[in-house]
Design a protein around this ligand. Structure first.
Ligand SMILES: [Zn+2]
Length: 85
């Protein structure tokens, strides 16, 4: 389920953000990194929503680097380009 729009989506349509014990909070494009995870749609609207509310800081109960939101944006852009080819 996407944490921004609360819609259920197949895992393929979602991006996972995970808090890994060793590596900290990161965008997990493999879906295999262990730790507490949140999912969002590969949609800029959903990214904007969680960025505006700083959802990830609340979710992981620690401050989340802006870079995470940047990485999510890049991942979404990449997906869109891959689709249009
Ligand atoms: Zn969503």
């Amino acid at each position: 389920m996407c944490v921004a729009c609360r819609e259920r989506q197949p895992k393929k349509q979602l991006i996972r953000i995970v808090n890994n014990k060793d590596r900290g909070i990161l965008v997990d494009l493999t879906g295999k990194v262990s730790g507490k995870g949140a999912y969002i749609c590969k949609e800029e609207a959903c990214l904007e929503k969680i960025q505006k509310t700083n959802f990830l800081s609340a979710f992981f109960e620690q401050s989340v680097d802006e870079k995470i939101y940047h990485d999510l944006g890049e991942a979404i852009k990449f997906e869109r380009n891959a689709k249009s080819i």
